[in-house]
Design a protein around this ligand. Sequence first.
Ligand code: FES
Length: 352
Amino acid sequence: MNGFDTLTIKNVEELTHSSRRVEFTIPDKIISKFKFQPGQYITLRKQFDNREERRSYSICSSSNEPIAIGVKRVEGGLFSNYIFNELKPGMSLDVMSPNGRFIQKDEKKFLMVAAGSGITPIMSIISSNLKYNPLSSFTLIYGNKTTDNIMFQKELENLKDTFLEKLNVIHILSKEFQDVDVLNGRIDENKIKLLLSRKVIDLDVDGAFICGPNSMINNIRNVLLQEGFEKGKIHSEKFYHGSQPISKPKIKSESVFKFKANIEIILDGLRKKFIFENENSNIVDAAQSNGIDVPFSCKGGMCCTCRCKITKGEVTMNANYSLEDWEINSGFVLACQAVPKSKEVILDFDAS
Ligand code: FES
């Protein structure tokens, strides 16, 4: 699970003026390590001025194809601008094996909703199923500012041409007028209600997969739940641009932490121990300062790369933008946001 491999860049392709598709070559001997499920992401690592940076990007390729990611350029973003300005075929990057829980079970009929680069994991789910699961069918609601901003436009059109009866794509544009009024604007609660009332979409589906900003996900989730859609059939992945952490965990509550804690990490079947001290802000930082490399990427509670399960003791989390209720109830935490609350804590990074 943990650890990086150095992969060669096979291709860098322009998708839009502000997005790229980056494809990797995977050597045969590690091919099984990079098997992925549609909807997952990989974490990239690179040194910039002797400082290590990590970013997670969703996989856009279909299963059984080489891993490729979709990268949207972030204004001022260190990693995405490096990919845009410097990364070329033949160069290499350190890549962590695929991770993430935005994946399907046995659904056949899907409602997909994406905004902007949120299409990336959804593209992988749609194309994998259409190509390899003949019983699948999709309605995709895809929001962008203008046509020029639509990532994977050509691929979507090709899929529509090939799987005419199985893929329905509804483009919602906020800054380019379309003749049909319901297709103008943003994807929000009203838009979903309108699409439902006009029978452009229906909720007779096995699962709804939503990827975009938090507000959009919450809006859609609310409408679906109001309409009686089963909570467990809603899957979401929040927008993560790979920018800097959105909040720096703080230790301020004396009642939470006023002692040294013994931490034990289980990772790749190995157990490692260290002492968490006051100056450590979270378990990931503390592990790193003790020379223990645990998986992480955003350090902002967004990407879930640092997800692990508490098997002993207690922690508090400063933020959580990615764990679902069932995971928290089952004892999963985000190590990058976790501060010990008890003197003995065991965290299992191998738990799933
Ligand atoms: S490293 Fe991204 S949620 Fe912890």
